[in-house]
Design a protein around this ligand. Structure first.
Ligand SMILES: C[S@@+](CC[C@H](N)C(=O)[O-])C[C@H]1O[C@@H](n2cnc3c(N)ncnc32)[C@H](O)[C@@H]1O
Length: 423
C-alpha cells in the first residue's frame, strides 16, 4: 500500500451536488473521522474549499465514497475579479502539472458560483487566452464545451462526457473556476463521480425494490454522516433489500441488518452476496449478518453498547396516493408512534456511548398543506440522545440537521436526523 505521506498545505475544491448543505455536512463528517485531513475554510451552495496537507492521490479516492460530491479539483491560484481569470489560466499552462504538454490537448472549463451571465463570457475569454498560449507552445488545443445539468435553481456544470470518460491526465483536463468566499479560485479537476459505477451497483444487484429502496447516493450520505469507521460495526434494523448495508460493506464496515419480513431478509442476503463477489470482500475481511427481527425487540438479540453506528430508513407508514386529510395524517402518526418509541429505546441500548444514529423520519403533508410530525420529544425522553449537527459542531453558523430532502410534490416528507448517544 502506498503511504499517505503528507505534502505541503494546498487547497482542494469539493464541488457540491444536488443537496449542497448535506454534502458539506458529509464532507465535515469525513474530516471528523480522519478520512480527509484538513479543514473546510469556505463554502457556499456550489463549492466547499478545503485546506489540506493530504496527498492528492488519497483525496481522489475519497470521491468513490461520497454521495453528495460529484467532483473534486486542485486549486492552483486565486484572483479577486473575473477579469483576471483568462490570463491567470493561460499562465497555469506553465505550471508543473502541464509541463510536458502533448501535441494535442483536450480540455473543458467549468465554472461554479458565478451567475451564468458572468460565467459564459469568462469561460469564453479564458478559452481564447488558453488557445493563444497553446499556439505559442505549438500545442493543438481541443476545447470541449460544457455540458450543463440544472438542479433546481443551481446550475452545475459537469465536464463533458468525452473528457470524463478518460482519466484526467496530462493530455486532458477540465479547468475549474470556483467563486467561493472573497476570491475566485482557479484550478483543474482531479476526479469526477462516475454515474456508471453507481448504475452498475444499482442495476446489477439481484434484488431491487424501488418502492422501499433508498438510493445508493443517499445511502452513502447517511453512512458518512454516521461517522462509522472501517472495521467498526453498523446496524440497519429496517434494512429492506440492504442498500445501506451494501454500501457500508464496500467500505469495509462490518454490517448487521435486520427486518421484520423474512422474505426481504432473503433478498438482502442475495444482494450482500453479490457485493461480496464484485468487490472481493470475503467474510474474514468484513463481516455481515442478517436476521429477521422486529425492531422493537432488538435488545433480545444484540448486546448493550455493541454497535458503533445505526443508519436506517424505518418503516414510513402506508404508501399514499393522495395528500391525506389532517385526520388521516394523525391516524398514521398514531400507528407509527409506538413502533418508533420502542425502537428509539432499543437503539439507545445497543449503541455505544458517543456514537451516532442517522435516521430518516417521516412527516405528513396534508391537503391543506399542514405539516404533521411524529412526537420526537417522546422518543428521546428517558434517553441520552441529543441531536448532532456536524456543521454547528465544527463552528459554522449554518445548521443542517434536521435536513429535509423530500421533493415538493411528495406526500410523505423525509427528514434526516443525527442523534448522538451522550454518556
Ligand atoms: C423504508 S423500508 C427500508 C428500505 C431500505 N433502507 C432499503 O433501501 O432497502 C422499511 C423496511 O422496514 C421493515 N419493517 C416494517 N416494520 C418493521 C419492524 N417493526 N421491525 C423491523 N422492520 C420493519 C419493512 O419490512 C421494510 O423492509
Amino acid at each position: 500500500m502506498t503511504k499517505d505521506v503528507k505534502e505541503k498545505k494546498h487547497y482542494i475544491a469539493f464541488i457540491l451536488g444536488r443537496d449542497p448543505l448535506l454534502a458539506v455536512a458529509e464532507l465535515q463528517s469525513q474530516i471528523n473521522v480522519g478520512r480527509i485531513s484538513g479543514k473546510i475554510v469556505e463554502f457556499n451552495e456550489n463549492v466547499a474549499l478545503v485546506e489540506t496537507t493530504q496527498k492528492v492521490f488519497f483525496l481522489k479516492k475519497t470521491l468513490n465514497y461520497f454521495g453528495g460530491i460529484p467532483k473534486i479539483g486542485k486549486i492552483i491560484g486565486a484572483v479577486s475579479t473575473v477579469d483576471e481569470v483568462p490570463n491567470t489560466f493561460s499562465s497555469f499552462l506553465y505550471d508543473e502539472v502541464f509541463k510536458k504538454l502533448p501535441s494535442v490537448f483536450h480540455y473543458s472549463i467549468s465554472s461554479y458560483g458565478l451567475p451564468l451571465s458572468t460565467a459564459i463570457p469568462t469561460v469564453n475569454m479564458t478559452k481564447d487566452a488558453i488557445e493563444l498560449q497553446f499556439k505559442e507552445l505549438k500545442v493543438k488545443g481541443e476545447f470541449h464545451p460544457p455540458q450543463r445539468e440544472t438542479y433546481s435553481d443551481l446550475v452545475l456544470e459537469q465536464p463533458p462526457k468525452d473528457i470524463i470518460r478518460y482519466k484526467m491526465n496530462k493530455t486532458r483536463t477540465d479547468f475549474i473556476i470556483a467563486n467561493v468566499g472573497k476570491k475566485i479560485h482557479l484550478g483543474y479537476t482531479l476526479a469526477v463521480y462516475s454515474p456508471k459505477k453507481h448504475q452498475f451497483r444499482d442495476l446489477k444487484r439481484p434484488v431491487k425494490d424501488y418502492s422501499i429502496n433508498i438510493s445508493i447516493r443517499m445511502a452513502q450520505i447517511l453512512i458518512n454522516l454516521c461517522q462509522v469507521r472501517e472495521g467498526e460495526t453498523l446496524l440497519d434494523p429496517f434494512c429492506g433489500v440492504g442498500t445501506i448495508l451494501q454500501e457500508a460493506l464496500r467500505r469495509k464496515i462490518h454490517v448487521i441488518g435486520s427486518d421484520i419480513d423474512p422474505e426481504i431478509i432473503k433478498a438482502a442476503k442475495k444482494n450482500i452476496r453479490f457485493y461480496r463477489r464484485i468487490y472481493q470482500l470475503p467474510q474474514k475481511k468484513v463481516k455481515s449478518s442478517l436476521y429477521t427481527i422486529d425492531a422493537q425487540k432488538l435488545s433480545k438479540h444484540f448486546k448493550k453498547n455493541s454497535i458503533d453506528g445505526i443508519v436506517t430508513e424505518p418503516y414510513l407508514g402506508p404508501l399514499l396516493k393522495d395528500y391525506p386529510s389532517k385526520h388521516k395524517a394523525y391516524a398514521i402518526i398514531d400507528e407509527l408512534t409506538p413502533l418508533y418509541e420502542q425502537f428509539f429505546k432499543e437503539a439507545h441500548r445497543l449503541l455505544r456511548p458517543n456514537k451516532r444514529m442517522v435516521i430518516i423520519l417521516p412527516y405528513f403533508k396534508t391537503r391543506k398543506k399542514d405539516k404533521i410530525q411524529l412526537p420526537l420529544e417522546n422518543f428521546v425522553k428517558n434517553t441520552t440522545f441529543q441531536i448532532s449537527d456536524p456543521l454547528k459542531e465544527a463552528g459554522f453558523q449554518t445548521s443542517c440537521i434536521p435536513y429535509d430532502y423530500s421533493s415538493p410534490t411528495s406526500k410523505i416528507g423525509r427528514e434526516i436526523y443525527i442523534f448522538v448517544k451522550k454518556r
